[in-house]
Design a protein around this ligand. Structure first.
Ligand code: ADP
Ligand code: MG
Length: 582
């Protein structure tokens, strides 16, 4: 539905007023629409494009140098009247005649046609291009009788570019039709749109289905099929459009312009998910994409749907497709900002060379990998419980974060070890992977902790028990430094600091690593439990601080669980009795 409106009947006019006020450098109001607010060269044909409102950026958003000269704007989804088309055309015309462009719909055909008659009677040369890109709306043999959808952008962009390049009216008309004849579109909808002021959508698509062959005026699709994944939708649209790919010979060599268009409520990220597949398939088919456009171009209010348009290019169409344009809703840079040569590579984690390591350090690295795998299994076992604790005042993802983080750390550590990494490098890789895989606050902190701990190790030496203690303390110090939490803020720091202090003291007294870790973990467990009595002052849960009373901090609890498991692991290891090596 539309949240913000005054009187529903005035919605389109109010929106147009706001649009003109927002883009004074480009447009000004004329009766029934908008025209460029700057003069155009004498004898340059005027490209006047339009249709109903409710399709922004179509059509008013495409006015400016390199694109259109004026746009009559009808009411929502209804053609502008002949008199509106006439007024806008008159305002835009500057001696070069008028090219009227609109999607092929009966109302538009009549009103634009009538305006053309009137202009011609007054001696203005007028030509008409009706966009008819929608393959769902008619057979290929009668392409020019189909209706127009997002192909509007392609046809008007190209006609505008031809005009800016000096085309006269004959030439502009020829190029516009040529673009239309080489453009094919196909769309799907998941839900209809709701007119401003109405409480229900113009149509609904049954649950679990999608409507293929949508229109852009709230017309439902031509048939319903089961809902697909993004990749399946991409395939459906692409296969449909490519059924009418011309033969690759002569002027057409498999170069295409592509527009993936959101109809209103499909988000940009969703469009990109679909486009990833479209791009992959196009390349598999040997097609070369030229300046693709992914975004909202021809919308239908808040319709949930998308469409794919392809323009089969020849040299002339490609030149116009790439030509500069400066409209409020469509810009192409004119000079083409200087770009360097294509980048040859990007940094990929895990692909940095592994520093050479001594055999002793590689032995320790193998143990570290086992420890990471043990942490991974422990986190997986407690995943649900960690999540439940976090759901009380946080967002419930702590179990997942710890499970993903430890899994990533174990995998990255093991991969590095397999490539010959020593103790230090294994833990540095594990830290990066933990932060990357876990996401979230705790993931960043654990990742930093592992990285700091790894920094204490050495690829040239084995890891002695005292070094493990130093590394654990360094990891905890990093968490405190990076997170900035104070004791009592109700975070993992409340468990980590007592752990560190107890570990250092106990190890100094006994030199027993496993026993010291176990004892420190018990202190951490107790401290974590005590956080139930305080309210959160850090992280997400601070917003719902009061709600957290009675529940221990999830990060403090998980810390104590993992450290307890580490104590068991160390106790069970064959070298546990030796203070020398891990
Ligand atoms: P997110 O809060 O991003 O959803 P998680 O749910 O995985 O991340 O982790 C939440 C835990 O992170 C909290 O229970 C708390 O222990 C810890 N945490 C949050 N902020 C800090 C901080 N500034 N310092 C230390 N620990 C923090
Ligand atoms: Mg969380």
């Amino acid at each position: 539905m539309t949240y913000l409106l005054n009187n529903p009947a005035d919605f389109a006019v109010d929106a147009l007023r706001g649009y003109a006020a927002a883009h004074p450098g480009h447009v000004m109001l004329a009766h029934g629409g908008v025209v460029r607010s700057t003069d155009t060269p004498v004898n340059q044909p005027a490209l006047v494009i339009g249709g109903g409102s409710g399709h922004y950026p179509a059509f008013a958003g495409w006015i400016g140098p390199g694109m259109a000269h004026g746009a009559p704007c009808g009411n929502i989804f209804s053609s502008p009247s002949a008199s509106q088309v006439y007024s806008v055309a008159r305002s835009a015309e500057n001696g070069g005649g008028v090219l009227l462009g609109f999607g092929n719909y009966a109302g538009d055909v009549l009103h634009f046609g009538q305006a053309a008659e009137k202009l011609r009677a007054e001696g203005v040369d007028v030509r008409i291009v009706r966009v008819s890109d929608d393959i769902a709306s008619g057979p290929a043999e009668a392409h020019r009788d189909r209706r127009g959808i997002a192909g509007d952008l392609i046809v008007f962009k190209i006609a505008g570019a031809a005009i800016a390049a000096g085309a006269d009216l004959d030439e502009a008309e020829r190029v516009a039709w040529k673009a239309n004849d080489a453009t094919r579109s196909f769309g799907v909808a998941f839900e209809g749109c709701t007119l401003p002021g109405a409480d229900d959508a113009l149509f609904h698509v049954p649950d679990g289905e999608m409507a293929i062959g949508l229109g852009i005026h709230g017309e439902p699709g031509i048939r319903e099929v089961p809902m697909g994944t993004a990749a399946e939708v991409a395939d459906l649209l692409l296969d449909g459009v490519l059924e009418e790919e011309p033969e690759r010979s002569g002027q057409y060599s498999g170069r295409v312009a592509v527009v993936l268009n959101g109809l209103g409520t499909v988000k940009y990220e969703e469009l990109f998910v679909v486009y990833a597949r479209v791009a992959e398939r196009l390349s598999e088919k040997g097609l070369t994409v030229v300046a693709p456009e992914v975004g909202e171009h021809v919308t239908s209010l808040n319709m949930a749907g998308l469409s794919l348009s392809i323009l089969f290019l020849d040299d002339e169409l490609e030149e116009y497709w790439l030509a500069p344009a400066d409209a409020p809703a469509f810009r192409r840079s004119s000079a083409g900002l200087p770009a360097g040569p294509p980048r040859t590579g990007v940094h990929t984690p895990g692909e940095d060379p592994i520093p050479e390591a001594a055999a002793e350090s590689r032995n320790s690295a193998a143990r570290i990998v086992q420890a990471l795998e043990m942490l991974r299994d422990t986190a997986a076992e407690h995943e649900e419980h960690f999540g439940r604790l976090d759901a009380v005042a946080g967002d419930g993802d702590h179990g997942q974060g710890m499970a993903y983080g430890t899994r990533g750390a174990a995998a990255a550590g093991s991969e590095a070890a397999a490539k010959g990494a020593g103790a230090r490098t294994v833990l540095l890789h594990a830290g990066d992977a933990w932060a990357e895989e876990a996401g979230g606050t705790s993931g960043a902190l654990w990742g930093a902790g592992l990285t700091a701990a790894g920094g204490v190790f050495d690829d040239a030496r084995s890891v002695g028990a005292a070094v493990v203690v130093d590394a654990l303390a360094a990891g905890i110090n990093a968490v405190v430094r990076l997170g900035g939490a104070q004791p009592g803020d109700k975070t993992m720091v409340d468990a980590a600091l007592p752990f560190r202090d107890s570990l250092v003291a106990e190890f100094a007294a006994t030199a027993d690593l496993a026993g010291s870790v176990k004892k420190a973990a018990a202190a951490a467990r107790e401290a974590a439990a005590a956080t139930a009595d305080i309210t959160s002052r850090r992280g997400r849960s601070r917003i719902l601080g009061e709600k957290s009373l009675g529940t221990p901090d999830p990060g403090a609890h998980s810390f104590s669980v993992l450290m307890d498991a580490l104590g068991d692991f160390l106790a069970s290891s064959p070298e546990a009795s030796s203070p020398e090596t891990l």
